[in-house]
Design a protein around this ligand. Structure first.
Ligand SMILES: [Fe+2]
Ligand SMILES: [Fe+2]
Length: 170
């Protein structure tokens, strides 16, 4: 049985993963309507992954005798200055999520909840990958230059890891 404290913080993460999914859909939609089909496809795939992260937390909470709660989600930003602006916002958001996961890991140690601690390890590794992949994208944007986004847009899907592609495009 999950302790209430752990159940609550896991439900907070349900909200954060759900918001991540909506945020990336909002960004994908911006890219789709501003002439960046590659960036848009990357973001839609990312949104699907975040949706799966949310489900992982929901199923875990319920499996351990807790009660997962579907939260109201706040409205994400829909206006961006450009592709670099979008990915800077993605990195900032992923850093926020990493801190959030780490906070839960810390609480599981305080509460000696080793099952939840074990469950979270997948997310700990995932966040390392998430941040690294966005940093690679930002490096690439700096390399090709802000004025060459046409080429970048064509290249971006090749930057997705095979594992990420397999997960979202079975
Ligand atoms: Fe996530
Ligand atoms: Fe993420």
């Amino acid at each position: 049985m999950l302790k209430k404290k752990i159940e609550d913080i896991c439900n907070r993460q349900v909200e954060r993963e759900g918001y991540s999914s909506n945020l990336y859909i909002a960004m994908a939609s911006w890219a789709e309507t501003n002439g960046f089909p590659g960036v848009s496809a990357w973001l839609y795939s990312q949104a699907e992954e975040e949706h799966l992260h949310m489900l992982k937390f929901i199923k875990y909470i319920n499996e351990r005798g807790g009660k997962a709660i579907m939260p109201a989600l706040k409205k994400p930003d829909t206006d961006y200055k450009g592709v670099e602006d979008v990915f800077k916002a993605v990195l900032k958001h992923e850093e926020f999520v990493t801190a959030s996961i780490n906070e839960i890991v810390g609480l599981t140690l305080d509460e000696k909840d080793f099952n939840t601690h074990n469950f979270l390890q997948w997310f700990v590794f995932e966040q390392v990958e998430e941040e690294a992949s966005v940093r690679t994208i930002l490096d690439k944007i700096r390399l090709v230059g802000k004025n060459n986004m046409y080429q970048f847009d064509k290249d971006i899907l090749s930057l997705r890891t095979p594992a990420a592609n397999a997960q979202t495009n079975p």
